[in-house]
Design a protein around this ligand. Structure first.
Ligand SMILES: *[C@@H]1O[C@H](CO)[C@@H](O)[C@H](O)[C@H]1NC(C)=O
Ligand SMILES: *[C@@H]1O[C@H](CO)[C@@H](O)[C@H](O)[C@H]1NC(C)=O
Ligand SMILES: *[C@@H]1O[C@H](CO)[C@@H](O)[C@H](O)[C@H]1NC(C)=O
Ligand SMILES: *[C@@H]1O[C@H](CO)[C@@H](O)[C@H](O)[C@H]1NC(C)=O
Ligand SMILES: *[C@@H]1O[C@H](CO)[C@@H](O)[C@H](O)[C@H]1NC(C)=O
Ligand SMILES: *[C@@H]1O[C@H](CO)[C@@H](O)[C@H](O)[C@H]1NC(C)=O
Length: 416
C-alpha cells in the first residue's frame, strides 16, 4: 500500500458504543453467530495452485487461468453495507477476480463508533472489537464477496510507513502506522520495528488474531488467500529474521487451515545473494527481505511483489524489468508469482502512459498468474471514503476503461 490512509468517515451512524470484548487474547471467545451470513456455498471450490500448471491458479475449479485483480483496502473499514455492495458489484462487473482487503485495524485507545477497528491493544492484552464497527465489518466483506462471486485476499497486520497519516491515538507514531499495524503492537507490548518479528508477546497476540480470523472464515470459498502482512520490512536486519518469521507463521496458518492459500505480502525486494539486478536499493536486501529465499518456503503458496518506481527512485520503464525479474524467479521455483500492487506516477488520473506498458509486459512477456492494480476507487458512496491516494484508478475516470476493464478482459483471454 502506498501513502494511504485515513479511516473512512461515516455519516451519523447509530452504532452501539464500541465496547471491546473483555479478556486478553488468550482467553477471548469467538461468537459463533456471524453478523452477516457467510460460508453459505460450501460446494464452491476454493482457489488453489493449479496442479497441472503450477505457476497458475485454479480459481473456481474450472482449471488454470490468468486473471486480474485489484486492491480495495478500505472495504473492511467502511461502515455502510450498501456502499460495500456497490463497491464489490463494480469490481465484479469489471471482471476483476480478486480484491485485496485489509484484515487488520488495531488501536491503542478506542477511537469511537465512527472508526472501524478490530482489536484494541494495551499493556493488559488484546481486546477484540465485536461491536458494529469491529469484526462484523469483516463478516460483511466475506459475506458480500460470496454473494457477488468475488474472491478476497485478507492480511493480518500492517507494516507500511506513512509519514502522512498517523492515527492520533498511536503512541509510537515514529514508525509503521497505518491502521495500527506493527506500531500499535509495539506501543502496547514494547517491541520496535525490528524486534516485533521475534517479540514473544507481540507474536502471541498476532497469532491469536490470526487464529480468530482464519477459524472464523476458513469455511468460505470467498477467501482467495491469507496474507501474513502488508509490506513487511525489517530495515537493516539479516534476511533470516523475516524468513524465519514467515516460515513459522505460514506453518501456523496452514495448521489452522490447510485448504486456503497463504502468501507473505512483501514488496518483493531481492537480496545481494540472489544475484539479480544491479545491487541498488531494490536488490540490496536493506529492508530485510529476500524474495528468492522466501519463495522457497513450502507453506507459502505463491510469491508477491509490488511496484512503485517513483517512491523507490527508479524510472518508470524500469517497472517492466522488475516484473520480468520476478517472473523469472517464479519460473525457477515453479510457483505462481503475482504483481500484487502497482502504481505510478503519483499524479491523479495520469497513470495510463506508465501502467499500460507494465500491463503489456505482464500479458505478453510473462507467465505471471495475476496482477492487482493499486487501487480501486469509486464515487457516490454514502459515507465518502477518505482513504484514496494519487494512484487511485477511478471507476468514474477515463483511465478505468483501459487499466481496469480492458486489462481484466485481456488477462482472462490469455491462454494457458
Ligand atoms: C470461473 O468459472 C467460469 C465457469 O463457471 C469460467 O467461465 C471462468 O472463466 C472462471 N474464472 C476463472 C478466473 O477461472
Ligand atoms: C486496556 O483496554 C481494556 C479495554 O478497553 C480496558 O478494559 C483495560 O483497562 C485497558 N488496560 C489498561 C492498562 O489501560
Ligand atoms: C530495536 O530494539 C533493539 C533491541 O533493543 C535495538 O538493537 C534496535 O536498534 C532497535 N531498532 C530500532 C529500529 O529502534
Ligand atoms: C531507467 O533505469 C534503468 C536502470 O534502472 C536504465 O538502464 C535505463 O536506461 C533508464 N531509462 C531511462 C529512459 O532513463
Ligand atoms: C503525468 O505523468 C508524467 C510521468 O509519467 C509526468 O511527466 C506528467 O507531468 C504528469 N502529468 C500531470 C498533468 O501531472
Ligand atoms: C471521478 O471522481 C473523482 C473524485 O470525485 C474526481 O477527482 C475525478 O475527476 C472524476 N473523474 C471523471 C473522469 O469524472
Amino acid at each position: 500500500m502506498r501513502s494511504s490512509t485515513l479511516l473512512a468517515t461515516a455519516a451519523a451512524l447509530l452504532a452501539t458504543t464500541a465496547s471491546a470484548a473483555p479478556g486478553a487474547s488468550k482467553t477471548a471467545t469467538y461468537p459463533s453467530t456471524p453478523a452477516y451470513p457467510y460460508c453459505t456455498s460450501y460446494a464452491t471450490p476454493f482457489a488453489s495452485v493449479s496442479k497441472t500448471h503450477p505457476r497458475l491458479f485454479n480459481y473456481n475449479g474450472t482449471g488454470a487461468s490468468f486473471f486480474a485483480g485489484t486492491n480495495v483496502w478500505w472495504a473492511s473499514h467502511i461502515l455502510s453495507d450498501s456502499d460495500l455492495a456497490i463497491v464489490f458489484a463494480q469490481i465484479k462487473n469489471t471482471q476483476l477476480q480478486v480484491a485485496r482487503v485489509w484484515g487488520f485495524g488495531s488501536v491503542n485507545t478506542d477511537p469511537g463508533p465512527d472508526s472501524v477497528f478490530f482489536q484494541l491493544l494495551n499493556s493488559t492484552g488484546s481486546y477484540i472489537n465485536y461491536a458494529a464497527n469491529g469484526i462484523p465489518r469483516l463478516d460483511a466483506v466475506v459475506s458480500e464477496a460470496e454473494k457477488v462471486g468475488l474472491k478476497i485476499v485478507i492480511n493480518f497486520v500492517n507494516n507500511v510507513r506513512s509519514s502522512l497519516h498517523q492515527p492520533s491515538n498511536l503512541a509510537d507514531s515514529s514508525q509503521w502506522s497505518d491502521l495500527g499495524g506493527i506500531a500499535s503492537y509495539n506501543a502496547a507490548f514494547g517491541g520496535n520495528a525490528t524486534t516485533w518479528y521475534t517479540d514473544a508477546q507481540s507474536q502471541q497476540v498476532y497469532r491469536a488474531y490470526i487464529k480468530l480470523l482464519v477459524n472464523r472464515y476458513k469455511c468460505s470459498s470467498a477467501i482467495f488467500a491469507w496474507e501474513l502482512a502488508n509490506e513487511p520490512r525489517c530495515h537493516g536486519c539479516d534476511t533470516s529474521v523475516i524468513y524465519n518469521w514467515a516460515t513459522e507463521i505460514s506453518q501456523y496458518v496452514k495448521s489452522l487451515d490447510a485448504e486456503h492459500m497463504v502468501t507473505l505480502g512483501d514488496e518483493g525486494w531481492f537480496a545481494a545473494a540472489d544475484g539479480v539486478g544491479d545491487g541498488s536499493y531494490a536488490y540490496g536486501g536493506g529492508e530485510g527481505v529476500d524474495f528468492v529465499k522466501n519463495l522457497g518456503i513450502a507453506t507459502l503458496d505463491y510469491g508477491v511483489f509490488h511496484l512503485y518506481p517513483d517512491s523507490w527512485s527508479y524510472n518508470e520503464t524500469w517497472g517492466s524489468t522488475w516484473i520480468r525479474q520476478h517472473a523469472a524467479i517464479g519460473a525457477q521455483h515453479s510457483k505462481p508469482v503475482v504483481l500484487e500492487e502497482y502504481g505510478g506516477p503519483p499524479s491523479p488520473d495520469n497513470h495510463t502512459a506508465v501502467e499500460v506498458p507494465w500491463q503489456r509486459t505482464v500479458l505478453d512477456d510473462t507467465r505471471l498468474a495475476m496482477d492487482q492494480f493499486w487501487q480501486f476507487g469509486t464515487i457516490g458512496l454514502s459515507t465518502g471514503i477518505s482513504g484514496y491516494d494519487a494512484y487511485t484508478i477511478w471507476y468514474n475516470g477515463t483511465e478505468y476503461a483501459s487499466l481496469a476493464r480492458e486489462h481484466a478482459a485481456e488477462m482472462l483471454e490469455k491462454r494457458v
